[in-house]
Ligand binder design. Structure first.
Ligand code: ADP
Ligand code: MG
Length: 319
């Protein structure tokens, strides 16, 4: 018993690394998202995470935008079965993507040798949101397929004209707390690699002593920041499809930053450098993490997760 306790103590000493994988870890721009494509793409971040698991205790979170979009499209083109609400689709994709991440990680760990074997677990996770969150008054997050104006006008839910065309919009409330935080904490203390908070988690509101799912989506980077603070993560890496945070992104004079203070982040954010649907929540999540006492937060590309952990790539958000 004592030996086991000592083993747990020793594992606890290793720093905790949380990697939040963006949608492009599975489906890259321009791809349709076949299962083969998704498994192939996943190898890039997962190989690195497998190696990092020798040094760190690991939590993996992930997006689900393209996968939920595909499920919505399937539902709309099939009248034989009843459509499922968004919270159920989020739960489905947590299972789907959790399985793909776990099986890829399992193979990559196997390739590293028997002493690198780890226990893996994917956790269906709910995240509490506040029913009075102002986001419920004005749904703003576009999800699913693009419609013509005529079709959008007859859909049973709110839509908005986005740069891609008309899309359904849902509320994107702030994450308040991760329901399974204690379970996640215990699992990482036992050196499990935990995949959780997929798609930002299944949004739930408190209903007396229980929880009730709501039709909304939570930003996965913001949910990851809440989780990171709740379970005492040391290093928070947000992995996406650009090398880091830029000023004047997409312009000829764009400038990638290696460091960004939380004050600069707020200032540049106000100036419009970080759009709401993409870089905005990443910068916000990284800033919240360091303001909340987290050690390091880095926004980097899927290809450079290991370098980012070592401080050699990406944009580090600092106090
Ligand atoms: P993910 O699926 O990883 O969450 P997003 O598409 O939501 O990725 O966000 C990453 C995208 O943010 C990049 O592909 C880039 O096009 C966009 N972006 C917007 N503003 C910036 C900026 N200031 N610096 C870097 N990337 C930016
Ligand atoms: Mg995103």
């Amino acid at each position: 018993m004592r030996g086991k306790q000592q083993q747990i103590e020793r594992k606890r000493e290793r720093e905790i690394l949380l990697v939040a994988l963006g949608g492009n870890a599975l489906i890259r721009k321009g791809e349709v998202g076949t299962v083969e494509e998704q498994f192939r793409n996943l190898k890039v971040p997962i190989k690195q995470i497998a190696r990092l698991s020798g040094e760190y205790r690991i939590i993996i979170t992930h997006g689900n935008g393209p996968q939920v979009g595909n499920l919505l499209l399937q539902q709309e083109n099939c009248s034989l079965v009843p459509p499922l609400p968004l919270e159920i689709l989020v739960a489905q994709t947590q299972g789907e993507i959790g399985y793909m991440i776990e099986s890829t990680l399992d193979s990559e760990l196997m390739l590293l040798g028997t002493d690198m074997q780890k226990h893996l677990v994917s956790l269906i996770s709910y995240v509490v949101v506040d029913e009075n969150d102002l986001a419920f008054r004005e749904p703003s997050k576009p999800i699913g397929p693009v419609y013509t104006a005529e079709k959008a006008a007859v859909l049973p839910y709110p839509t908005r004209n986005t740069p891609k065309g008309y899309r359904r919009v849902v509320a994107s409330p702030q994450p308040v707390t991760i329901v399974e935080k204690r379970e996640i904490q215990s699992l990482i203390d036992m050196d499990f690699i935990v995949v959780c908070c997929g798609g930002g988690g299944i949004p739930v509101i408190r209903d007396g002593r229980t929880f009730c799912g709501v039709d909304a989506v939570i930003d996965k980077d913001l949910a990851s920041a809440v989780l990171a603070l709740e379970v005492g993560v040391d290093i928070f890496i947000i992995a996406t499809d650009v090398e880091g945070v830029a000023l004047h992104y997409g312009r000829p004079y764009e400038k990638f930053l290696r460091k960004l203070t939380v004050l600069e982040a707020a200032k540049y954010g106000k100036e419009g450098h970080f759009p709401a649907g993409s870089m905005g929540p990443k910068v916000e999540a990284a800033a919240r993490f360091v303001k909340g006492g987290g050690k390091r937060a880095v926004i980097t590309s899927i290809e450079t997760i290991e370098e980012a952990a070592e401080g050699r790539a990406g944009t580090e958000v600092v106090l």
